[in-house]
Design a binder for this molecule. Structure first.
Ligand SMILES: [Fe+2]
Ligand SMILES: [Fe+2]
Length: 255
């Protein structure tokens, strides 16, 4: 799976990759998964056009497709690297992995509708690089399934509000579906973070700020405003939200 470069081929193979992993035959994890289009650091990506332009809408789908692609591969990576995780966690995670592949497919199909090819712009691998094979299961849940995916909820809220001001287009239903399903992905992370803390005799209230602080250098900076309603629906406690708001305020000041 990770060695396949073709994005459509990846989508086709994801179900069987999950099944094989659950059956104890996981794929190897490469340093960086194969890609079929140009990869560049985000700072070198071309400027974006506004969402009222067809090109701006296509760019948004292209960027989102790249996030979904990494989300799909990161979810599979968690499944591969933590075979000892609870069976219930692994089953839900396999379903989440497939859900990310559906989001990826929706973005790619939307791009086709807007007559822009995958590869028209470069992509990045920032999300993939936020994890490490030294992560513990709690680290990984916090990084991928709560921090990265949780930040996606904040970005989604801002985007949906920007889209309200734009005439109905092919991207509206795609974004609405993706962002409503993402709440469930993050809720999965919040629930299992607490459950695994409980299993390991850790107090999640105490652990959350300490672990976030320890992982800080690994995490890409996010500056969007925290979307409280989405965060609450996704299982964040008020004290976690307040911690994140404070964190983000400080990131914004340094920005
Ligand atoms: Fe997704
Ligand atoms: Fe997700």
């Amino acid at each position: 799976m990770f060695q396949i470069a073709d994005v459509w081929e990846k989508i086709k193979k994801i179900d069987s990759a999950c099944e094989e992993t659950l059956a104890g035959r996981p794929p190897l994890i490469p340093e960086i998964p194969a890609r079929d289009i140009l990869v560049m650091i985000p700072e070198k990506h071309p400027d974006k056009k506004g969402l009222s332009y067809r090109e701006g809408q296509a760019r948004l789908l292209h960027d989102l497709a790249n996030i979904e692609l990494q989300a799909m591969e990161l979810a599979l990576r968690t499944l591969v690297e933590f075979p000892e995780a609870p069976a219930g966690f692994r089953e839900e995670l396999a379903a989440l992995t497939v859900s990310e592949s559906q989001h990826l497919r929706m973005c790619l199909q939307g791009l086709e509708k807007l007559e822009h090819a995958w590869g028209f712009w470069p992509i990045h691998t920032v999300l993939w690089r936020a994890v490490s094979s030294n992560d513990s299961l709690l680290d990984r849940i916090l990084i991928v399934h709560r921090y990265l995916e949780g930040s996606g909820l904040d970005a989604g809220d801002t985007l949906l509000r920007r889209l309200d001001a734009v005439a109905e287009s092919a991207i509206h239903p795609i974004l609405k579906t993706i962002f409503s399903e993402e709440v469930g992905h993050v809720e999965f992370g919040s629930r299992w973070y607490r459950e695994i803390c409980r299993m390991e005799g850790i107090d999640p209230q105490e652990d959350f700020p300490l672990r976030m602080q320890r992982l800080k250098s690994q995490l890409p900076k996010r500056i969007e405003k925290i979307c409280r309603p989405s965060r609450l629906r996704a299982g964040f406690t008020l004290s976690e939200i307040e911690f994140l708001e404070d964190w983000r305020e400080r990131s914004r000041q340094q920005h």
